[in-house]
Design a protein around this ligand. Structure first.
Ligand SMILES: Cc1cc2nc3c(=O)[nH]c(=O)nc-3n(C[C@H](O)[C@H](O)[C@H](O)COP(=O)(O)O)c2cc1C
Length: 172
């Protein structure tokens, strides 16, 4: 089968990770796929923040869980979090950022890495704590959180969830 299609078909949301960190080659390859995503009018509204510092990953997970008031690790033990944000004043922010997220997850699958979109980036980076994190990371500008792509070596291999019957309509 075509390798690109295989990576897309094989991608699953992974919610259990081995503790070891991914290699810097793997990280760079996934990030490059994110940067290759198309953007509205080529304005390139998104940014990607690759977070691997253990304390920052743990803190980000805590902020994320706080939005929904749950006590567990929102990132399922994944050692890398790719935070995708986009320029808040761009009318393409959600579309651009979501395509970046898709490319990141499909690239992860192509490399045999586990990934999952973790939501609530919007709420986290609207909060004072989230804004303080961006400042600490040296990110300047007005950004809206789109999603968190967690990454790591999968410690589970879930089956594909069935898709609904009437997903595709053909008009011939
Ligand atoms: C916009 C979006 C938000 C998501 N948020 C979360 C989340 O916060 N936590 C989580 O465990 N999975 C999250 N997911 C993963 C979905 O639950 C998952 O894609 C869906 O169940 C289908 O499974 P699959 O990705 O293995 O095909 C999210 C996915 C998308 C696209």
């Amino acid at each position: 089968m075509n390798e690109a299609l295989k990576a897309i078909y094989d991608r699953r949301s992974i919610r259990k990770y081995k503790p070891q960190q991914i290699s810097s080659e793997e990280l760079e390859a996934v990030l490059k796929a994110g940067v290759c995503a198309p953007t509205g009018m080529n304005r390139q509204s998104p940014i990607i923040i690759a977070v691997q510092n253990k304390d920052d990953v743990a803190y980000l997970s805590k902020l994320n869980a706080k939005v929904k008031n749950f006590g567990t690790d929102a990132f399922y033990g994944a050692p890398t979090v790719l935070v995708v944000l986009a320029e808040a004043d761009s009318s393409f922010a959600v579309q651009d950022g979501s395509l970046v997220m898709g490319n990141l997850m499909n690239a992860a699958s192509a490399l045999g890495l586990g990934s999952c979109w973790i939501n609530r980036a919007k709420e986290v980076f609207e909060s004072d704590e989230g804004k303080a994190l961006l400042k600490k990371w040296g990110v300047e500008g007005n950004y809206v959180g789109i999603g968190n792509c967690i990454l790591g070596y999968a410690d589970e291999s879930p089956e594909m969830k069935p898709r609904k019957e009437k997903y595709v309509y053909y008009v011939k």
